[in-house]
Ligand binder design. Structure first.
Ligand SMILES: [Zn+2]
Length: 412
C-alpha cells in the first residue's frame, strides 16, 4: 500500500466541498482504497509526502492520435516510418501526454494495431504512459476520411462486420467518420459521407457489444446524422454548413444548425470539441466562432468533454492537456467546469466508469500540482508528479528545454 499526503486533496473538481485539507490518499495496486483526513496515522509500505502541493484527479484527453507526431505533416511522416518506428512514435506521444498530467486517453484512430499494442504494453508496465482506450481502426466510407488507416464500410453488413472485427481485435470503442476531413483529400467535410444505414448498424452493433461510439463530424448535417443515429460522443462538432469558413450563413444553414443542436440535446450526446488555445491557426473556422458554438452547447446542458486531437498537424502531445482546457475556458466554461470536463464528468460522458474522481474503489490516477488549478489554471501546465497504474512518478523539469523533462519512477 502507498500513502500520498499533500496540503490539499481535490477529489472532484466540480465539488469543492469534497476537498480534504492535509489529506492522504491510500492506494493499493491500481486502486484508491481510501481518503483520509489530517489525523491519519497508519503504516504503509511507502509514504510520499508532498507538503505545499495539491493532489487532484488525473486528466483525460478524450481524442488523441498516438501514431501521429503533431508536426506540420503527421500523415506523411507516418507513411515514412516502418512498424517499429511508428511504435516508437506512439510511445513518445504517451510519455509526452503523461508529462502533461494526462492519465487517460482515447486513441481515436491509428493504423494497424499501433494503439492497441501500446495500450497493452502500458497496462503490463513495459511502457510508461496514460491508460489508453483504443478505437482501433476508424470506420469510414470507401476512400473516405482516414481510409489509409481505416476500415472501409458501405452498407449494413459491412458496418456490422467491421465493428465485430475491431472488437475482436480488442477495440475499447468504435470510431466512425460521419463526414469528410480536412486531412484527407477527396473527402467532404461539409456534408455527410457515411451511408446512414451503415452508420445506424455500426452504432447498434457497437452498443450490442458494449462499446461506445465516437463520431467524427464537422458539418451541421454530420452532427445531426451522428446524434440521431445514437452515437455517444461527437468529435469536433464544428457545425459548418455550406461555407467551410462559417462566415456566410444562408437561412437553410441556420435551420440545419438549429436542428443539429436540438438533436444533440434530445439524444443526450456529448461533444468533444477538440478546440485548443493557442490554436495553431490552421483551422478554417475562426477561434471566436468555434468558441461561440461550444458555449451554445455548454449553456444548453450538453456534456462538453476535453479532447484535443493531439498528434494532428500543429498539435503536439506535449502540452496538449492545458491547451485543451484553456480552449474550454475560452469558450466560456469556468475553470472548475473545464477541469471537470477533463476528468470525472468528461470520463463518464466518454464511457469510462470508476475513474476521474478520487474516491475509494476508483482508479489511482492522479496529478500533483503546485497550486489549486481552480484558481490558478496555469499550474496544470507543469505537474510536479503523476500517478497511473498504481505507480507514482515525479516530474523533473528543465525550465529552458522541456524536451528533457523526465518521469522518475518513485514507487515500485
Ligand atoms: Zn482526430
Amino acid at each position: 500500500m502507498i500513502a500520498i499526503s499533500a496540503s490539499k486533496i481535490i477529489c472532484d473538481f466540480a465539488d469543492p466541498a469534497s476537498d480534504i485539507v492535509n489529506g492522504t490518499v491510500l492506494v493499493d495496486g491500481d486502486q484508491i482504497i481510501s481518503l483520509e483526513g489530517p489525523n491519519w496515522q497508519g503504516e504503509t509500505a511507502q509514504s510520499i509526502n508532498l507538503p505545499g502541493r495539491t493532489v487532484a484527479p488525473g486528466l483525460m484527453d478524450s481524442h488523441v492520435h498516438l501514431a501521429f507526431d503533431g508536426t506540420a505533416d503527421p500523415v506523411g511522416n507516418m507513411h515514412q516510418r516502418d512498424r517499429e518506428q511508428t511504435a516508437i512514435q506512439a510511445e513518445r506521444a504517451a510519455r509526452d501526454l503523461l508529462l502533461g498530467g494526462v492519465t487517460f486517453v482515447r486513441d481515436l484512430g491509428a493504423p494497424d494495431r499501433v494503439a492497441l499494442n501500446l495500450r497493452d504494453q502500458i497496462a503490463s508496465k513495459a511502457i510508461t504512459g496514460p491508460t489508453v482506450f483504443s478505437a482501433g481502426r476508424p470506420l469510414t466510407r470507401p476512400q473516405g476520411h482516414c481510409w489509409f488507416m481505416g476500415s472501409e464500410v458501405h452498407d449494413a453488413a459491412s458496418a456490422q462486420s467491421a465493428v465485430n472485427t475491431e472488437v475482436e481485435r480488442g477495440a475499447d470503442l468504435i470510431k466512425v467518420m460521419v463526414t469528410g476531413g480536412r486531412m484527407t483529400p477527396g473527402t467532404d467535410p461539409l456534408g455527410v459521407e457515411l451511408n446512414e444505414i451503415a452508420l445506424r448498424f455500426a452504432v447498434k452493433e457497437a452498443h450490442d457489444l458494449g462499446r461506445p461510439v465516437a463520431a467524427h463530424a464537422l458539418s451541421a448535417a454530420g452532427v445531426l446524422a451522428a446524434a440521431t443515429a445514437g452515437v455517444d460522443t461527437i468529435e469536433h462538432g464544428t457545425l459548418i454548413c455550406s461555407d467551410p469558413y462559417a462566415v456566410q450563413h444562408t437561412d437553410a444553414d441556420r435551420r440545419l444548425r438549429k436542428r443539429a443542436i436540438a438533436a444533440v440535446i434530445d439524444y443526450g450526446t456529448a461533444i468533444s470539441p477538440t478546440f485548443s488555445v493557442p490554436d495553431a491557426g490552421t483551422h478554417p473556422v475562426t477561434p471566436q466562432i468555434r468558441a461561440d458554438w461550444i458555449s451554445t452547447f455548454h449553456e444548453a446542458g450538453v456534456p462538453v468533454i476535453a479532447g484535443t486531437d493531439s498528434g494532428i498537424n500543429g498539435h503536439p502531445h506535449r502540452g496538449a492537456a492545458i491547451s485543451g482546457i484553456r480552449g474550454l475556458v475560452a469558450a466560456g466554461m469556468t475553470n472548475s467546469d473545464a477541469l471537470a470536463a477533463a476528468s470525472g464528468k468528461g470520463m463518464v460522458a466518454a464511457g469510462r466508469s470508476a475513474a476521474g474522481y478520487l474516491r475509494p474503489g476508483f482508479k489511482a490516477e492522479l496529478i500533483v500540482l503546485n497550486d489549486d488549478p481552480r484558481r490558478n489554471l496555469e499550474t496544470v501546465s507543469a505537474p510536479a508528479g503523476v500517478m497511473v497504474g498504481g505507480v507514482y512518478y515525479q516530474v523533473v523539469r528543465h525550465d529552458n528545454d522541456n524536451h528533457h523533462d523526465q518521469l522518475v519512477r518513485i514507487t515500485q
